[in-house]
Every structure is written in C-alpha cells, then in structure tokens.
Design a protein around this ligand. Structure first.
Ligand code: HEC
Ligand code: HEC
Ligand code: HEC
Ligand code: HEC
Ligand code: HEC
Ligand code: HEC
Ligand code: HEC
Length: 398
C-alpha cells in the first residue's frame, strides 16, 4: 500500500490514494470514497486532469446562456479563490502591507496592478513580483511567486480578521536560516498541481500542468466538467430554433455536460469533498485534531443527522447553492433542519420527519448545534458540520 501524502498550511490535509484499503473498507462501511480513487476512473469528477484544452470553453461562454447562475457565481469566494495577483482586490486596495517577526521584515507593496513582495533582515533583502493570490480573502490570502522556473509560497499571508499580514498557517519559522527561507517555501511540482486543481479550473490539461491556460478560480467547468461540446451543441440547436433539453438523458447527443443534481447523497457530498475533503480523505490522512473542522464532508457524515447513507435533505447542496455566496444568517438554515426534525416535542418521529424535536428552542438551530471553532493559525472561526448536542466542556469529537 502506498503511503498517504500529507500537506500543511492552508492546504487541507488529504490523503494520497490508499486504493486497496479505501475500496475494500469503503464498500464495507460507507458508500463514500477517497478522492484519489474517484480520479482513477475516467468519468468526470472535479480535479480530473485528463480532458484536453479543446474540451474546455471558459465561463464567458456558459454565461451567454446561463445568465442567472453566471452572474452570481462569478462573485463567490470559490470563483475568486485563485487569481493572478494583479486581480486581487486585497492587494489593489492596499499600497503597502507589512509585518515584522523577530528581525525579519515582510512587505508587500502594490501599485498600478503590480505587487512586489520584499523580505529583509536589515542586511540582506530579497524581492519578487507576486504572481498568484490564493484565497478570496474573507478568511485569508496567500501568494505564489516564481523564481528561476520554481514556484514559492509566501511565508506572509493576509488575514481579513487582522486586516494585516501574519505567517501563512503552519508555515511559521521562528529561526529562519536565511532571508530566502524566511521569505517563502518552495512548492514542488506535485504539490503545485494539487494547489491549482483545488483552486482553479483546467490547470492540468491532458494530464500535464499547463500554467499558460489556467482559468482563474473555481469556474463552471471545474464542477461541471469541460463544456465545449455542450456549448457547441446548444448553440447549434439555438441557431436552428430548437431547445435541447439536457435533462432528456435518452438522447446522448444532448448529454454532454455533467449534472451533479443526479448524484446520490453520498456521491454528492463526495463531489464537494473532492476539494473540501471526503470522509475517506480525512481518515486516510494523519490526524490533525480540531483542524479537521475544515473538512465539512467528513464532519457532516460523522453527524447522527447523516444516518447510514445520507438523504437528499442533508447534502451540501441542500444547504448551500454553489452558484451563490454563502448565506451567513444561521437562522436561515432552520428550514433545512426542520425538513427532518419535528418542532413539537410530543410528536413521534416518522419516515418523513425522522428527527426528534428540540426541547430547548424552535429557532436558529445551527447557532447551538453547529458550533464554531477558532483555528489560531487561520485567525478565523470555522463552522463544525458535525451537527450535535454540544455539552459544555466536552472535548472536540475528532
Ligand atoms: C448556447 C447556449 C448554452 C451554452 C453556451 C451553455 N449552455 Fe448549458 N444548457 C443550455 C440549455 C438550453 C440547457 C437545457 C435546458 C436547461 O436545463 O436549462 C442547458 C443545460 C445545462 C446543464 C444541465 C444539464 C443536465 O444534464 O441537466 C448544465 C449543468 C449546463 N447546461 C452547464 C453549462 C456550462 C458549464 C456551460 C459552459 C461550459 C454551458 N452550460 C453552456 C444552454 C447552454
Ligand atoms: C474544485 C474544488 C472545489 C469544489 C469541487 C468545491 N469547492 Fe467549495 N471551495 C473551494 C475552495 C478552494 C474554497 C475557498 C474559497 C476561498 O475562501 O478562497 C471553497 C469555498 C466554499 C464555500 C465558502 C464560501 C464562503 O462564502 O465562505 C462554500 C460554502 C463551498 N465552498 C461550498 C461548496 C459546495 C456546496 C460544493 C459542492 C457542490 C463545493 N464547494 C465544491 C473549492 C471547491
Ligand atoms: C484538496 C484541495 C486543496 C488543495 C490541494 C489546496 N487547497 Fe487551499 N483550500 C481548499 C479549500 C476547500 C478551501 C476552503 C476551506 C474552508 O473554507 O473550509 C481552501 C482555502 C484556502 C485558502 C483561504 C483561506 C482558508 O483557509 O479558507 C488559501 C489561502 C489556500 N487555500 C491556499 C492554498 C495553497 C497555497 C495551496 C497549495 C500550496 C492549497 N491551498 C492547496 C482546498 C485545497
Ligand atoms: C462548486 C461547484 C459548481 C460550480 C463552480 C458551478 N456549478 Fe452548476 N451545479 C453544481 C451542482 C452541485 C449542481 C446541482 C445542484 C443541485 O443538485 O441542486 C449544479 C447545477 C447547475 C445547473 C442546473 C442543472 C439542473 O438540473 O437544474 C446549471 C444549468 C448549472 N449548474 C450551470 C452552471 C454554470 C453556468 C456555472 C458557472 C457560472 C456553474 N454551474 C458553476 C455545481 C457547480
Ligand atoms: C436528513 C434529515 C436531517 C436533517 C436535514 C437534519 N437532521 Fe438532525 N438528525 C436527524 C436524525 C434522523 C437524527 C437522529 C434522531 C434524533 O436524535 O432526532 C438527528 C439527530 C440530531 C441531533 C442529536 C444528535 C446527538 O448528538 O444526539 C441534533 C442536535 C440535530 N439532529 C440537530 C440538527 C440541526 C440543528 C439540523 C440543521 C442544521 C439538523 N439536525 C438537520 C436527521 C436530520
Ligand atoms: C444543514 C445545513 C448545512 C449542510 C448540510 C452543510 N452546511 Fe456548510 N454551513 C452551514 C452553516 C449554518 C454554516 C455557517 C454559516 C455562517 O455562520 O456563516 C456553513 C458554513 C460553511 C462553510 C464556510 C466556512 C465555515 O467554516 O464557516 C463552508 C465552506 C461550508 N459550509 C461547506 C459545506 C460543505 C462542503 C457541505 C457538505 C459536506 C456543507 N457545508 C453542508 C450549514 C450547512
Ligand atoms: C439555544 C441553543 C439551542 C438552539 C437554538 C436549538 N437547540 Fe436543540 N438542543 C440544545 C440543547 C442544549 C440540547 C440538549 C438538551 C438536553 O439534552 O437536555 C438540544 C437538543 C436537541 C436535540 C436532541 C433531542 C433529544 O431529545 O435527543 C435535537 C434533535 C435538537 N436539539 C434539534 C434542534 C433543532 C432542529 C433546532 C432548531 C429548530 C434546535 N435544536 C435549536 C440547544 C439548542
């Protein structure tokens, strides 16, 4: 069995493929699967690397017909999660960001669409133009730059709660050997491919990382798969005055785009889990303690609400529309809870409402049952998707 890989920092701690174990145990215990195993099959799955450049068309094309979804999706944090540094609003709005750690000074100065990252210990100074911003910034933003053909991750990142720079999560160095080490961490080939596969679209083409064609952020085709053939077929049909109904699965000519709406609950959660971390992705990786709160699919499937194999009412898309910004008002999720839970505590659970009623409250369920945990490195409170009764002083259920 291969050793499962790990990564740090902003990166979710996900496993490499432990294929035999995952498939065997997966079929015995849970229907869900590790992402690396999904990617072994040729059928479309997010982060797939095999489609060719010609199969992708880009979100501007989709927007011509799917106006509503395109208008809202492009402003989501997912759509903006990897951008050329020149397009980062955070950098554009701040001429100078600095932070000091021991004798090292970190600075990012931005002017006319160019951002330069400078690190100095007072004697030696290193500078580099930033190339990519990762993270839309509502939690934090990290930067990649290139030197001599190699990619580096800035050791300083921006944090929204601080409105300032601090160490990139997990990358703090108290005693750097030199300014180069203090400045950044090299990001090797395989890791770079992974970063872009979770943060951008079509970065790996015909199984080769191709930085010249990366579509910034998670755009339509990162989830729906390459869409040139679908767009082409629909354009042709429109020109002929027809409407091709892609829902009519009987006609293979029209079945040219992946529609995740048809996935079973466990597959649907694994679908989002291809980047957010599936149950197996977490189980196969070394334990990370409370940091696994960021792997929502794992947390959700641990919850008693999930039951044995899930239910369409408790998938990610039941609560979140991936084409729209996250809804921050926790009370607005009550309808999701109450699609399964009873309101009246004297009523008996039914097949339709298998969840018991709460004796404590009838509203704002998530505010008590989906607690938030601060991850110090991230300067952010993440929502625990392990929905449960939270007892005071109970340890975090890993
Ligand atoms: C020329 C117009 C046109 C373009 C361009 C286009 N679509 Fe569509 N799309 C349609 C029509 C029409 C349908 C079928 C009716 C419907 O479900 O809205 C459809 C259906 C879909 C579906 C549902 C498929 C199913 O099996 O039910 C998805 C998903 C989709 N499109 C995504 C995309 C994406 C992603 C792009 C860009 C890569 C894109 N479309 C480009 C017109 C278009
Ligand atoms: C190709 C990778 C990928 C897939 C697939 C994916 N996500 Fe994400 N998602 C991300 C990344 C990266 C972020 C971080 C955005 C940021 O803060 O920069 C994110 C952020 C989010 C957020 C938080 C946005 C906010 O406003 O705080 C939600 C909610 C979310 N995703 C839901 C989903 C759902 C639901 C699905 C499945 C339908 C899904 N994601 C599939 C990569 C992905
Ligand atoms: C397996 C997929 C995956 C890989 C690989 C990955 N990320 Fe992420 N990243 C995510 C997801 C999903 C989120 C959103 C997590 C959330 O909000 O719960 C995220 C969030 C972020 C954020 C926003 C801050 C935050 O934590 O929400 C930054 C910055 C970031 N990633 C940088 C990177 C960099 C740099 C790399 C490579 C060195 C990388 N990521 C690799 C999936 C991934
Ligand atoms: C993060 C993943 C993600 C991204 C990005 C995304 N979608 Fe979707 N899309 C989904 C999922 C999941 C569904 C099914 C939702 C459901 O089951 O309710 C869906 C459904 C759809 C449908 C409707 C299918 C139906 O049966 O009603 C269309 C059309 C569509 N998406 C178009 C787009 C377009 C156009 C874009 C880019 C502007 C886009 N999507 C971006 C995940 C995504
Ligand atoms: C798919 C249906 C479904 C949905 C949606 C759902 N639950 Fe549940 N939940 C259940 C079932 C079934 C149980 C187990 C029986 C019981 O304790 O009611 C459960 C158990 C619970 C428990 C007790 C867990 C424990 O540790 O004993 C809490 C608390 C809870 N749910 C709260 C919520 C909240 C809050 C939401 C919305 C954010 C929610 N549920 C959404 C079905 C669901
Ligand atoms: C029963 C409803 C429900 C389900 C199901 C659900 N979420 Fe959430 N999600 C929430 C709530 C509530 C919040 C917190 C909103 C807030 O307070 O800002 C949230 C927040 C998030 C965030 C923002 C980061 C954070 O930690 O606050 C991400 C990312 C996310 N969910 C992804 C997912 C993914 C992926 C799935 C599927 C595994 C999923 N969610 C399933 C209710 C749900
Ligand atoms: C103010 C915090 C709070 C809110 C808001 C809240 N709950 Fe609870 N809930 C609790 C506590 C505390 C318990 C444990 C009660 C006990 O065991 O005495 C509980 C218990 C439960 C249980 C377990 C019931 C049992 O007897 O096993 C479920 C299910 C539940 N809540 C669902 C919900 C739902 C659904 C909502 C929204 C309609 C909700 N809760 C709103 C605090 C809250």
């Amino acid at each position: 069995m291969r050793r499962c890989g790990i990564s740090n920092g902003f990166v979710l701690h996900l496993a490499g493929a432990c294929v035999a174990l995952a498939i065997l145990a997966g079929s015995l215990l849970h229907a869900q699967t590790a992402t690396e195993d999904r990617l072994l099959y040729h059928a479309w799955w997010p982060r797939h690397s095999s489609p060719s450049a010609a199969e992708y068309t880009g979100p501007a094309e989709c927007a011509k017909c799917h106006v509503g979804k395109a208008t809202t999706q492009k402003n989501t944090p997912m759509a903006r999660t990897a951008l050329p540094a020149a397009d980062s609003d955070i950098l554009a709005a701040r001429e100078r960001l600095t932070f000091q750690a021991a004798k090292i000074n970190y600075q990012i100065s931005s002017a006319s669409g160019k951002s330069v990252y400078t690190v100095t210990d007072g004697t030696q100074t290193l500078s580099a133009p930033l190339m990519w911003s990762f993270g839309d910034g509502h939690v934090g933003q990290s930067y990649l730059f290139e030197r001599d053909g190699n990619f580096y991750e800035s050791r300083a990142s921006y944090f929204d709660s601080l409105k300032a720079l601090d160490f990139t999560p997990g990358r703090k160095l108290t005693e750097p050997q030199n300014v180069g080490q203090a400045m950044a961490r090299p990001v090797s080939g395989a890791e770079l491919v992974r970063c872009f596969s979770c943060h951008a679209t079509a970065s790996t083409i015909s199984d080769k990382f191709d930085r010249s064609r990366i579509i910034p952020g998670i755009s339509c085709e990162a989830c729906h798969g390459p869409g040139a053939r679908h767009a082409g077929a629909q354009k042709l049909a429109a020109a002929e005055g027809q409407v091709l109904d892609d829902n009519s699965k009987t006609d293979p000519k029209t079945d040219l785009i992946f529609n995740p709406a048809s996935l079973k609950p466990a597959d649907s959660v694994d679908f989002c889990g291809s980047c957010h971390g599936t149950w197996w992705d977490v189980k196969l990786a070394p334990p990370v303690g409370v940091a696994n709160v960021r792997a929502q699919p794992y947390r959700l499937e641990k919850s008693r609400c999930w039951g044995k194999s899930g239910d369409a009412r408790i998938t990610c898309v039941a609560c979140h529309d991936p084409h729209e910004k996250l809804v921050r008002d926790t009370a607005s999720y009550d309808k999701n809870c109450l699609s399964c839970h009873l309101v009246n505590s004297s009523a008996k659970p039914t097949a339709d409402h298998p969840g018991t009623a709460c004796k404590v409250s009838t509203k704002d369920c998530a505010s008590c049952h989906m607690p938030k945990y601060e991850l110090a490195d991230f300067h952010y409170r993440f929502t625990d998707h392990d929905i449960r009764v939270v007892r005071p002083d109970a340890p975090y259920p890993e």
